[in-house]
Design a binder for this molecule. Structure first.
Ligand SMILES: Cc1cc2nc3c(=O)[nH]c(=O)nc-3n(C[C@H](O)[C@H](O)[C@H](O)COP(=O)(O)O)c2cc1C
Ligand SMILES: C=C(O[C@@H]1CC(C(=O)O)=C[C@@H](OP(=O)(O)O)[C@H]1O)C(=O)O
Length: 393
């Protein structure tokens, strides 16, 4: 299973084609739109999100609400495009117009964004040609793709949820997750402005985001994704490129501004002994094999253990600052303050939604590739069989 995305931030639309989905999978634009709306939200978003109302158009691969097995193409239009048609059009500029007269040309790269190196790499002296594609606007269609993947996971009895665990050092109380299912966590975070389970921490996060915005600065944080209901044995230890944990880590780090990833208790493992890290194995008639703890985050040897997958990613503060950092104008080579583009001050809550969807995609892909998956009913039957088999193993 694979997908491609195309589209510039201020171009006419974002497009994606998903290939390899099983047939007979129910998909609705309504469900995808719900996830797109969640990605647009979260405290700390900038003015662009007031312009856009992201909705998906399913343009192929689905008939009467179910996938056909053929490629599924999705389109999300950029409402902002109408303000950018001259600046972002695909047609050649008329000869009597000097390109430097085109407004919003950028020659002052922002530290921390792709502007400078992207310009060098692709030979763009107008750095807008870089930022249009390096922008996290592209994560819109990745959420649409992940939403389709979640529809598949849902059919297979697998739930997934993301939440924000930390913003600028303000940490949510992890004990509040104790005994809660992914669906219960979702019900809580959907009501919270920072997509956080801890209302006290969330109130402080809101304050910190507002303060950063006021100061012309930006802040980052940590998001966590939990996957429940995955049978043991998805992924493999037999070859490096089949390890599920490496695929999940890659997916997390593919999100714009994500700089680190950990599973279970994560980097804390460096400070603990083996007896305090590894999860003891239990068995009972009803549940089959379980673990006394889940400190390894549901993965051993590159395979799911049957315990919930717990994966976290850290997002750096957003590079565009209203109080800009020192940079160099690439035309004059003079020192200047970097360009100030309209920007979010904190996109950690929004990015948690992106994380949920890129992880959903990787899990769905690993399942589809491991089993015979031309048709959803066949895939479902094999997963049920695998659950029964591993229980009695
Ligand atoms: C949901 C989301 C929203 C973002 N919004 C902005 C923004 O408004 N301004 C900005 O400069 N960067 C924003 N970023 C981060 C940049 O896209 C990112 O830093 C840039 O693509 C460079 O990539 P890198 O940070 O991974 O090196 C956002 C990231 C995400 C995930
Ligand atoms: C458009 C989105 O996020 C954008 C991500 C982004 C960046 O540099 O990554 C910069 C900003 O773009 P603009 O200058 O158009 O406001 C954000 O708004 C989105 O999330 O849909």
């Amino acid at each position: 299973m694979r997908y491609l995305t195309a589209g510039e931030s201020h171009g006419p639309q974002l497009t994606t084609i998903i290939e390899g989905l099983p047939s007979l999978l129910p998909i609705t634009a309504e469900k995808v739109n719900y996830d797109l709306k969640r990605r647009q939200g979260g405290h700390g978003r900038g003015r662009r999100m007031q312009i856009e109302t992201d909705t998906v158009e399913i343009v192929s691969g689905v008939r009467h609400g179910k996938t056909l097995g053929s490629p599924v193409a999705l389109v999300v239009t950029n409402d902002d495009w109408k303000h950018w048609t001259k600046i972002m059009g695909a047609e050649e500029l008329p000869e009597d117009i000097d390109p430097s007269e085109i407004k919003r040309q950028i020659s002052r790269p922002r530290p921390g964004h792709a502007d400078l190196v992207g310009g060098m790499k692709y030979g763009h002296r107008d750095l807008r040609n870089v930022l249009e594609r390096s922008s996290a606007r592209e994560t819109t269609v990745r959420v649409a793709v992940g939403s389709v993947a979640k529809a598949l996971l849902n059919e297979l009895g697998i739930s997934i949820v993301a939440h924000v665990t930390e913003i600028v050092g303000i940490k949510a109380d992890q004990n509040l997750l104790e005994g809660k299912s992914a669906d219960e966590i979702r019900a809580i975070v959907e009501q919270d402005p920072c997509y956080c389970v801890d209302p006290e921490a969330s109130a402080k996060m809101v304050e910190a985001i507002d303060e950063a915005k006021q100061a012309g600065d930006s802040i980052g944080g940590v998001v966590e994704v939990i996957v429940e209901g995955l049978p043991a044995g998805i992924g493999s230890y037999v070859h490096y490129d089949r390890k599920l944990d490496s695929k999940l880590a890659g997916a997390m780090l593919s999100i714009n501004a994500f700089k680190g990833v950990e599973f279970g208790i994560g980097f804390e493992m460096a400070r603990k002994k083996g007896s305090e890290v590894h999860d003891e194995i239990l068995w009972d008639e009803e549940k089959g094999y379980t673990r006394a703890t889940n400190r390894l985050g549901g993965l051993e040897g590159g395979m799911s253990t049957g315990m919930p997958i717990v994966v976290r990613g850290v997002m750096k503060p957003i590079p565009t600052l209203y109080k800009p950092l020192q940079s160099v104008d690439i035309e004059t080579k003079e020192p200047f303050k970097a360009s100030v583009e309209r920007s979010d001050s904190c996109a950690v809550p929004a990015a948690s939604i992106v994380a949920e969807h890129v992880i959903a995609w990787e899990i769905a892909k690993a399942i589809v590739e491991q089993f015979h998956s031309d048709q959803l009913p066949q895939l479902k039957a094999q997963l049920d069989e695998m659950r029964q088999y591993t229980k009695g193993f």
